[in-house]
Write a new protein. Structure first.
Ligand SMILES: *Cc1c(COP(=O)(O)O)cnc(C)c1O
Length: 347
């Protein structure tokens, strides 16, 4: 199997893993520092992580019984697959999408069936029907906004999948706050829908490793049967719960990033570079071969100037594509300037 690889290179401007470029509020750091004294370190943590789950539930207007928490949304996804996939079962994805969905499905022992998006990375109704009809997957993944394309999945597609899937539908919403629609309202007690979220992007807390799912009560119970007991340490539970007290600060960071996303997209357009509409904190773009000059790749030229973006050019369906995370305004300026030179349009 291929392992997850995203180079961790020590460069000045890191725009390759969709983290927030902005720090958490300093008040939160004080909260966490104080929390270290509150923890009974000789005791196991609250196995049900109730205070954290209740805070997440309040934010989304659901019950704590609808919230499953884990160490990053990757552990949420893994637990979903250990619970509902595995040997003899089928998991469907629509490529290109987040590689961990297929990867974790295979690790669970499941067979992965990949549907394909069209050349603009949109999902056609006929493809949804074809995949669901022929594969009858126990689990279907959607990712909205989709990583690495940035595209928001239209509501009609999500509803079509939910209406026709024979099993579970997982909607990975790692980037939901950067767009204006969420599938959360489709999660009801009798639905087959789970929405996953993470603290890694919007909450500026990639280092914390915290993610969650909003799901029907019966599924949360099943996930808790499968996951390791005491998997979420005591400090993390408090740190996550405290983070949710700074919603306004989060929203203002997100608004700034969305604004910068628009500025970058506009400039890429001026440079004649293909991009796709993004509902996330990154932009997929394809410098055409005519626009790039010299033998070195645009990715390498950017790296030479200390700017790291994600090279997706060898991924299936993403020929020549790069993905840039929206950084601070200063980082974005450096990126845009270096990119202009890399495609032979520097001034
Ligand atoms: C970044 C990302 C995640 C986040 O995973 P964590 O384990 O919570 O850091 C999940 N899904 C997608 C699509 C992502 O891009």
């Amino acid at each position: 199997m291929d392992k997850y690889h995203s180079p961790q290179v020590d460069v000045a401007v890191r725009l390759n893993t969709n983290e927030s470029p902005l720090p958490v509020p300093p008040e939160w750091i004080t909260d966490v520092r104080n929390a270290v004294d509150e923890v009974a370190w000789n005791r196991y943590p609250d196995r049900s992580a109730l205070a954290l789950r209740q805070a997440i539930a309040n934010r989304h207007g659901v019950s704590a019984d609808n919230v499953f928490v884990a160490n990053g949304s990757n552990e949420v996804l893994q637990t979903l697959l250990l619970t509902y996939a595995g040997a003899g079962r089928t998991v469907a994805t629509f490529e290109p999408t987040y590689q961990m969905h297929a990867h974790l499905a295979r690790i669970s022992g499941a067979t992965v069936v990949s549907g394909q998006r069209d050349s603009d990375f949109e999902l056609q109704e006929s493809e949804i029907r074809r995949v669901l009809d022929t594969a009858q997957p126990e689990v279907v993944f959607l990712c909205s906004p989709n990583n690495p394309t940035g595209r928001l999945e239209p509501r009609r597609n999500i509803e079509l999948v939910v209406a026709n899937a024979p099993g579970l539908v997982v909607i990975d919403e790692a980037y939901a706050e950067f767009s204006d629609w969420s599938a959360l309202e489709l999660v009801t007690e009798h639905s087959n829908v789970v929405v996953t979220r993470t603290f890694s992007k919007t909450w500026s807390l990639a280092a914390l490793r915290l993610g969650y799912a909003i799901a029907p009560t019966r599924m949360v119970e099943e996930l808790n049967t499968v996951v390791m007991p005491y998997h979420l340490d005591a400090l993390k539970q408090i740190a996550g719960e405290r983070a949710l007290r700074y919603v306004e600060q989060m929203q203002s960071r997100v608004a700034g990033i969305v604004q910068e996303r628009g500025r970058i997209a506009g400039r890429l357009g001026e440079l004649g570079i293909d991009t796709w509409p993004s509902g996330a904190n990154f932009i997929l773009f394809r410098p055409t071969s005519a626009a790039s000059s010299g033998s070195e790749s645009v990715w390498q030229k950017l790296l030479n100037t200390g700017i790291l973006v994600r090279d997706c050019s060898t991924w299936a369906g993403l020929d020549g594509c790069l993905r840039v995370t929206v950084g601070t305004p200063a980082e974005n300026d450096l990126f845009l300037k270096a990119l202009s030179w890399a495609v032979g349009k520097g001034e």
